[in-house]
Write a protein that binds this ligand. Structure first.
Ligand SMILES: Cc1cc2nc3c(=O)[nH]c(=O)nc-3n(C[C@H](O)[C@H](O)[C@H](O)COP(=O)(O)OP(=O)(O)OC[C@H]3O[C@@H](n4cnc5c(N)ncnc54)[C@H](O)[C@@H]3O)c2cc1C
Length: 303
């Protein structure tokens, strides 16, 4: 990206919200990934729109991220811009049983705010380490709940830089996918309708789900959660474990000993290590069980 473009970006969001050559390992829960050419954290929707318009005019590629908890970024990094929708875009409004929030809010914070207001429906999401935007994009889910159960509408920025609002029906929610999958739209906010319930019961459920997570998942290691989608009629973790792949490692990456569905970074892993473990698991399970394991984790950048 040339100096003029960088100056224009700084003019929109200010010096402190722009980083050049920023390591993506600092912005992903896998703790791997090379540098983003330019890394930007816009403060609000109007600056975000100005940025996206600029990138379209200059033909600069941009990639939207939330909390980076479902990403594997290549060691050679990302050419173009990475735009993080984070805490500056996380304003929350609660009115009766309805919560509207900016997409940068973390699900843990959102679930806690709901609980404190005696609103139930987001307990399942309290332990998912993503942002609301990432969760809508992915239709994140756990323990029987999914974003689709609570979302009533989503406001986003489309390809023409128009702000649009669609109802949940139009969001095409499916298993770890939505209307937004593979589009370069920016999810700006979402409205959720919840159910009134006692705060204590909600908090008790959140505590129980947290304990389940800590017992079953390698939460002490860097990862991006479940590496693979659940193949129809099977469970990825069971197939991987039965193939004897628990603990299989390349460099600093391995199949978790605690939960075979997670590839983890034991410290010092590269994206290439993680990818090699993923490819080996896919190949072995395909050969042994004729089941194709697709990654749930999004692979971006250059490897
Ligand atoms: C320990 C651990 C446990 C996990 N457990 C679960 C679980 O139980 N259930 C589950 O579903 N997932 C789980 N995950 C995966 C992950 O947390 C979810 O997929 C989450 O919804 C991703 O949100 P994010 O903000 O981190 O998105 P990112 O990883 O930043 O991005 C994911 C995708 O969403 C897009 N995106 C993000 N924000 C926006 C936006 N504002 N507008 C448009 N597109 C956007 C990105 O372009 C990308 O394609 C887990 C991850 C970890 C590390």
């Amino acid at each position: 990206m040339n100096n003029l473009a960088v100056t224009m970006v700084r003019g929109i969001v200010g010096e402190s919200n722009v980083k050049l050559g920023e390591p993506m390992s600092a912005h992903t829960t896998f703790r791997v990934g090379g540098p983003a050419e330019i890394y930007i954290t816009p403060q609000n929707t109007s600056r975000l729109i100005a940025l996206v318009k600029l990138f379209k005019q200059l033909n600069i590629k941009y990639y939207i991220i939330g909390n980076g908890s479902n990403l594997l970024v290549g060691d050679k990094g990302i050419k173009g811009a990475v735009i993080e929708i984070g805490k500056d875009m996380s304003e929350i409004h609660i009115s009766g049983d309805t919560i509207t929030s900016g997409s940068g809010i973390l699900l843990s914070k959102l679930a806690n705010s709901a609980a404190r207001n005696g609103l139930s429906g987001l307990e399942f999401a309290s332990g998912i380490p993503g942002s609301l935007g990432g969760a809508v994009y992915m239709n994140a889910g756990a323990y029987g709940g999914e974003m689709k159960d609570v979302i009533t509408s989503v406001t986003y920025l489309d390809d023409e830089c128009e702000v649009r609002t669609i109802s949940a029906d139009a969001c095409e929610f499916g298993y770890r996918r939505s209307f937004f999958t593979d589009k370069n739209y920016v999810i700006l906010s979402a409205e959720m309708r919840l159910k009134y319930r006692s705060m204590k019961l909600i908090m008790d459920d959140i505590k129980e789900l947290t304990e389940k997570r800590v017992t079953k998942q390698p939460v002490d290691k860097a990862s991006a959660g479940s590496t693979f989608k659940r193949p129809e009629g099977h469970f990825a973790a069971a197939l991987i474990e039965q193939a004897g792949l628990k603990g299989y490692s390349v460099g600093g990456a391995s199949v978790s000993e605690k939960h075979a569905g997670f590839v983890v970074n034991n410290g010092g892993a590269t994206a290439a290590d993680v990818l090699e473990v993923i490819r080996h698991v896919q190949k072995t399970v395909l050969e042994k069980d004729r089941v194709k394991l697709e990654t749930e984790v999004k692979l971006i950048g250059e490897f």
